[in-house]
Ligand binder design. Structure first.
Ligand SMILES: Cc1ncc(C[n+]2csc(CCOP(=O)(O)OP(=O)(O)O)c2C)c(N)n1
Length: 640
């Protein structure tokens, strides 16, 4: 279904068309853009509140700056829907996040206006600074480089690394801080308090007003802006001695706070800032979900990515689950952690800015002193957990597989080398779905199984997740324990099973017989169960083993398997290079077995976005794909 844009928006095919508008029309364009986003997301789903919050900023940026010559970098990119619509993708926007459709994030190969591919947070300052440095090196003086970063993304360490560098860079970079006090959940930490202080401080705002009065003259003075700015700055600096400004201390010119919903004021301010050379930051205060009643006044976390909804009533449509009643893995994690923590007072939960996404919020609500949100700071989350562990506590550090990539050195240097008994729960392992390649949890099996002092496991269902978590919290003096599970539902309606210890490194034989065995790791084992049933109906028996651990492997079970079978299929929702299947092949080689092994999993290429089931199918490891591979292998004459 094509969504009809408003009258002005229907004429906007590129930012050049935005520039053709009279400034007095921008308010209406904002209204139409906002409505278009509401209309689309209510029908097709996707991120919502963040894009509504930057409608005015988006319009003002494309009105003032010469994009794509001027480089505009969005941090995370979940807020860039308005940008996509204004930059030639309006008529395709209904395919946003769908298989084969537009990406939900800026992506270089999708548009020249998407200057930098994003999805993970806190990269925009570094990327824009790199671009700005390149321009300086190439002696291009008129190009602007703009990073738009949220207050949540600013809590990520990399953003500070970028600020630290930008402050001494003498480049033409403008950092726009989009401050709405929210990450996905309410933003946390001292920086958030600081930003609130600076936004509400009377002294500061008095100063700021004086500064803006002076700055207001910039537009009139045009190129002599520099002079006025230095006057403003000396005034501010003197006064700031009594109230320091974090950004000014880092040698960035700080402007604001300004109302991020006043498009005309934004146009004036941005036009002025365009004439001021050097690294600078504009602090915009916005409201997440702005302009749509339910999201503006309701729960911003719910409206971050609400799924489809009735735009008139604001009622969010309930998803019809594949397996009735089976809970999401994340909820099993959340409830089980509370259950375990009630019985074991050493357990602490840690999440880097994903309380709702990981369901750590269940523990935060029930045991607020035992669960900690550290902000978008995966590296810190890991080393902080390591610190807790040295004092005898039992951290359950829950990080999405894709975001754990950020903390790899911390896992090696702070956890594995010191052999600390930390527990990592890797949510969204495997294909993430509509978020696409920046969010697929494709690599964790490969990147964890090569680390000494690391146990790597994956449950096939909710009951196994509970048992693995139970096992992980039993007294242990060494070795990190990682448990990976996918986005979405498990398979058991009756999931609150009594918990029992699983022997570390033990697999489960689900079915024997036949000439071929399927070895699976994790939830994808359920596809193999289906395949065994389908083939049994055709009178074909095959074996199926749920290995549970990729490290340590169940050597005893593998000796049995390789003695019995000469045809083996491995299945994993992870990269085939270096993953679970590779571990099985290594075992085979190390023990001088010979068998035909077909490894199914995520191939060595970037897999785009789509439903998880669509991507499993594309990569040949849904039930049909596994069945096809099994039949082909069974029909082929064994070369062994
Ligand atoms: C490294 C990393 N960790 C976690 C996330 C998940 N995530 C996506 S958006 C978001 C909140 C971003 O907050 P902010 O930058 O303030 O933008 P807002 O949504 O408030 O506009 C988080 C935590 C991510 N994208 N990248």
């Amino acid at each position: 279904m094509l969504i009809t844009p408003g009258k002005l928006l229907s004429e906007i095919n590129s930012p050049d068309d935005v520039k053709k508008l009279d400034q007095t029309q921008l308010v209406q364009l904002c209204e139409e853009l906002r409505q278009f986003i509401i209309d689309n997301v209510s029908v097709y789903g996707g991120h919502f509140g963040a894009s509504l919050g930057v409608v005015e900023l988006t319009v003002a940026l494309h009105y003032v700056f010469n994009t794509p010559y001027d480089q505009l970098v969005w941090d995370v990119g979940h807020q860039a829907y308005g940008h996509k619509v204004l930059t030639g993708r309006r008529d395709n926007f209904h395919t946003n996040r769908l298989y084969g459709g537009l990406s939900g994030f800026p992506k270089r190969k999708e548009s020249e206006f998407d200057t930098f591919g994003v999805g993970h947070s806190s990269t925009s300052i570094s990327a824009a600074l790199g671009m700005a440095m390149a321009s300086r090196y190439l002696k291009i003086e008129d190009k602007q480089h703009i990073a738009v970063i949220g207050d949540g993304a600013l809590t990520g360490g990399m953003a500070f690394e970028g600020l630290n560098h930008a402050g001494v860079s003498d480049t033409n970079i403008l950092i726009i801080l989009n401050d709405n006090c929210m990450a996905i959940d309410p933003n946390v930490g001292a920086l958030k308090d600081y930003l609130t202080d600076i936004t509400t401080s009377k002294t500061y705002n008095k100063l700021k007003d004086e500064a803006w009065n002076l700055l207001g003259k910039l537009s009139v003075f045009g190129k002599s802006a520099q002079e006025i700015v230095s006057k403003v700055e000396s005034g501010i600096k003197a006064a700031l001695l009594s109230q320091s400004n974090l950004f000014e201390s880092l040698n960035l010119r700080y402007f604001g706070p300004v109302d991020g919903h006043d498009v005309n004021h934004l146009v004036t301010v941005l036009s002025d800032l365009r004439n001021i050379k050097g690294p600078k930051i504009l602090h915009c205060v916005t409201v997440k979900g702005k302009g749509y009643g339910p999201s503006e006044k309701g729960n911003a976390t719910t409206w971050h990515a609400p799924g489809t909804f009735d735009k008139i009533t604001g009622e969010i449509h309930k998803k019809i689950p594949n397996t009735p009643q089976a809970p999401k893995y994340q909820d099993v994690f959340g409830h089980t952690l509370v259950e375990l923590a009630k019985a074991n007072d050493k357990i602490i939960g840690i999440t880097p800015a994903m309380p709702s996404g990981s369901s750590m919020n269940i523990m935060m609500k029930e045991m607020p002193e035992r669960a900690i949100d550290v902000g978008i700071a995966e590296q810190h989350a890991v080393t902080f957990s390591a610190g807790l562990s040295t004092q005898g506590l039992i951290p359950f550090c829950n990080i999405y597989s894709t975001f754990m990539q950020r903390a790899y050195d911390q896992v090696i240097h702070d956890v594995c080398i010191q052999n600390l008994p930390i527990n990592f729960c890797l949510d969204r392992a495997g294909f993430a779905g509509a978020d696409g390649p920046t969010h697929h949890g494709a690599y964790d099996i490969a990147y964890f199984r090569c680390l000494p002092n690391m146990i790597v496991s994956a449950p096939m269902n909710e009951s196994e997740l509970r048992n693995l978590m139970y096992t992980a919290q039993l007294p242990r003096t060494e070795q990190a324990f990682s448990i990976r599970y996918p986005r979405g539902q498990g398979v058991l309606a009756n999931w609150r099973t009594p918990m029992e210890e699983i022997k570390i490194g033990s697999g489960r034989k689900l079915k024997g017989g036949g000439e071929l065995a399927i070895l699976t790791l994790g939830h994808v084992g359920n596809y193999a169960v289906e395949v065994c049933q389908r083939l049994a109906k055709q009178g074909i028996e095959i074996g199926h083993y749920d290995m549970r651990f990729v490290k340590p492997l169940d050597a005893e079970m593998l000796h049995e398997i390789f003695s019995e079978y000469k045809k083996i299929i491995t299945v994993e929702d992870g990269c085939v290079q270096g993953g679970f299947g590779s571990a099985i092949v290594e075992f085979m080689a190390d023990n001088n077995y010979q068998a035909e092994v077909k490894r199914l999993g995520i191939p060595d290429r970037i897999v785009e976005h789509g439903e998880q089931s669509e991507l499993h199918k594309e990569c040949g490891f849904d039930a049909e794909g596994i069945e096809k591979a099994a039949v082909e292998m069974l029909e082929s004459v064994s070369r062994i």
